[in-house]
Design a protein around this ligand. Structure first.
Ligand SMILES: [Fe+2]
Ligand SMILES: [Fe+2]
Length: 344
């Protein structure tokens, strides 16, 4: 649409007549005698070009451009100003007027300038649309990659689960408990989700643990326990070196989820805050769920018994802040406990 503004109705008729030649398909001419009416129209419509007179009553051409720019702040809509006054041109250029026509308007000059500016605006719009399209495509592709990462993690965790007696909803529950702890510690939503999504891989290293040890119903003897402990380092070896934040966080969790706050854990005997926060968080989520689940060698503890265990071992096995965080979210803990109950 070409928006034409001129106080003089005869001029509008003339422009209408002259611009019939440049009328591209579906390009309309919208004419206003009053700049105020034209502005009102602009609140609902976006023209492709504005042809306006400088000397108008109620608002001159420059004032109109100023007001127009406050409606279409980031737009490149071209203006052609018709003026007999040379000294307004500088100010008009500053405001973004693209071209001028002297009065009386020369027919071929008007047609040429309007045609060129329309073409320019069209290509600018096409570039902007293309940039927008590209940004959307990049966003879509990034989301797809993230989804695939998550899928890979779920599938990898499922593979490990087939060899691990810790089946059922253990991974879902421990990941959700861990997210609660992260939330209570004041971590951002993104960090909470990172914990939730990477926690299920904490025991992936068990794929390398021999069946005789992994599936043993009784208590492990000392040498067997030493082999079992390798799953932390093995998990790290499987997951480390990735550019993905999700997988590298999972690698850190795999390595550090058996470290203890007082330094008596494994594999590296890290102490206190030497243990990465994600490792301290899932240590609480993982043990709380292991205690409240039944295993071949033990009955399930009640949630109260498990909470007492966490409290008793707060500061020795567990980071006290993480224990407190889980206890603070007790209502949500019970919700996860009942929602993902195993049926065996
Ligand atoms: Fe483990
Ligand atoms: Fe676990």
């Amino acid at each position: 649409m070409i928006l034409i503004i001129d106080n003089n109705a005869a001029n509008l008729l003339l422009y209408r007549y002259l611009l019939k030649v440049v009328k591209k398909e579906s390009l309309k001419l919208v004419c206003f005698e009053s700049p105020l009416d034209a502005l009102e129209w602009c609140f609902e419509n976006e023209p492709d070009l504005v042809l306006l007179d400088y000397a108008m009553s109620s608002m001159n051409g420059l004032e109109f451009i100023e007001k127009f720019k406050s409606i279409f702040t980031s737009n490149t809509i071209p203006f052609v100003m018709v003026t007999a006054e040379g000294d307004v041109k500088d100010k008009a250029l500053e405001l973004g007027a693209f071209d001028f026509l002297n009065k009386p308007v020369n027919k071929s000059e008007l047609i040429l300038r309007v045609r060129n500016l329309l073409d320019l605006h069209e290509s600018q719009k096409a570039i902007a649309n293309r940039a927008e399209w590209l940004a959307m495509e990049v966003k879509k592709a990034t989301e797809e990659i993230k989804e695939r990462e998550k899928e890979m993690i779920i599938r990898l965790s499922k593979a490990a689960e087939h060899r691990d007696p810790e089946t059922g909803y253990h991974l879902v529950r421990m990941a959700n408990y861990s997210r609660l702890i992260a939330r209570e510690l004041g971590l951002s939503e993104t960090e909470q989700n990172l914990i939730l999504e990477s926690a299920p891989m904490h025991d992936i290293g068990k794929v390398a643990t021999p069946d005789a040890i992994l599936l043993k119903a009784g208590k492990l003897i000392s040498e067997e326990f030493t082999v079992m402990k390798d799953h932390a380092q093995k998990g790290y070896d499987i997951l480390s070196g990735s550019n993905s934040l999700l997988i590298s966080t999972a690698a850190t969790m795999a390595l550090t989820h058996h470290e203890k706050f007082d330094g008596s854990g494994y594999p590296n005997g890290l102490k206190g805050e030497e243990i990465p926060l994600c490792g301290r968080i899932i240590a609480v989520g993982d043990v709380f769920d292991a205690l409240t689940s039944c295993r071949p060698y033990k009955k399930a503890w009640t949630v109260e018994e498990a909470a007492n265990f966490l409290k008793e071992n707060s500061g020795s096995h567990f980071d006290p802040r993480c224990v407190q965080a889980l206890l603070r979210a007790w209502g949500d803990v019970l919700d996860i406990y009942t929602r993902y109950k195993d049926n065996f």
